[in-house]
Every structure is written in C-alpha cells, then in structure tokens.
Design a protein around this ligand. Structure first.
Ligand code: FMN
Length: 149
C-alpha cells in the first residue's frame, strides 16, 4: 500500500481544502494511505516529506502566484536537498488549484513543482467552490496517484 501526502494551502473559503479532501477520497478508495497537511495550519516537516511515495500539491491563486505556505515548503525543500537528496526528488505528483477568476497561478504552480518529479494527470482548476465535475477530477487524480506508486 502506497503512502500519499496531500500538501495544500487553504485559508479564505476552504475551496482548496474541499479539493484536497476529494483527492484523498480517491486515493483511499484505490488503497493508499493518505496524510493531509494544510500549510495554513502547520509547516510541512521536510524530513517527514521524504517518506511519502507520491504527493498532491494544491494552492489557491494568491496574486497570480502560489500561497505563502507552499512557497515556504519549496524553500525548505531546496535547502534540505543540498545536504541529502534522498526522498526529495523523483516522486509522482499531482497538482490542483482554486482561484477567483484569473487563475494565472497555473503557470508558476506547474513550473515550480516540476522540480518534484513526474506529474501524474492534468492540473485541476476550480473557479471558486469546486463543482461536482471538479471534485470527480480530484478523486480521479487521487486514484491515479495511488496507482502510480
Ligand atoms: C490574498 C488573496 C489574493 C488573491 N489573489 C487572486 C488572484 O490574483 N487571482 C485569482 O483568480 N484569485 C485570487 N484570489 C482568490 C482566491 O484564489 C480564491 O478565493 C480561492 O478559491 C481561495 O481558496 P481557499 O478558500 O482554499 O483559501 C485571492 C485571494 C486572496 C485571499
């Protein structure tokens, strides 16, 4: 059974959190063990990050960029990688985001997280509260990640 981390930031309305829960649902249904971390509530422990087999990253669009909590994770990741790359690279990962209308975060999100390994599935976007089609795409991403490990 693979272990999957869902690392996301959600703060304003909980839109990104709803997407994260749907990814978790799909991954659990496919047999994976899932851990959810909201960077608005805690900083991701980079040593713990090394242990996961696959990851889903989710962010709201904040000023056409990723949320600060996820940026902090990327900074920790870069620095930790200098001393030991083990478990920090080459992971299968998926991406999702929510936005208020412009959704320009897609480009920085895809570019920044391309360092993490191999993207599984397509990046999922939600304009505001996720609708059923978005939630099903999120569940499917969870299933794909579970099957990738
Ligand atoms: C500080 C801040 C900046 C934002 N900037 C943008 C933006 O540049 N483009 C956009 O489409 N939405 C923007 N939004 C809207 C959020 O991306 C949107 O409401 C999102 O669904 C919030 O996710 P959450 O409820 O999970 O926190 C911004 C919201 C906040 C709080």
């Amino acid at each position: 059974m693979g272990s999957i981390l869902i690392l996301y930031h959600s703060q304003e309305y909980g839109n990104t959190a709803v997407m994260a829960q749907a990814v978790a649902e799909g991954a659990r249904a496919a047999g994976a063990e899932v851990t959810l971390v909201n960077t608005n509530e805690q900083r991701m422990d980079i040593e713990q990050y090394r242990q996961f087999d696959a990851v889903a990253f989710g962010s709201p669009d904040y000023y056409s960029y990723i949320a600060g909590g996820l940026k902090m994770f990327l900074d920790d990741w870069y620095i930790a990688r200098k001393s030991n790359r083990q478990g920090l690279e080459n992971k299968p990962y998926g991406l999702f985001y929510s936005h208020g209308g412009s959704g320009r975060v897609r480009r920085p999100l895809e570019e920044l997280f391309s360092r993490m390994g191999r993207q599984v599935g397509k990046t999922i976007a939600s304009h505001g509260r996720p609708n059923e089609a978005v939630l099903e795409a999120c569940r499917d991403l969870g299933r794909q990640l579970a099957n990738a490990v």
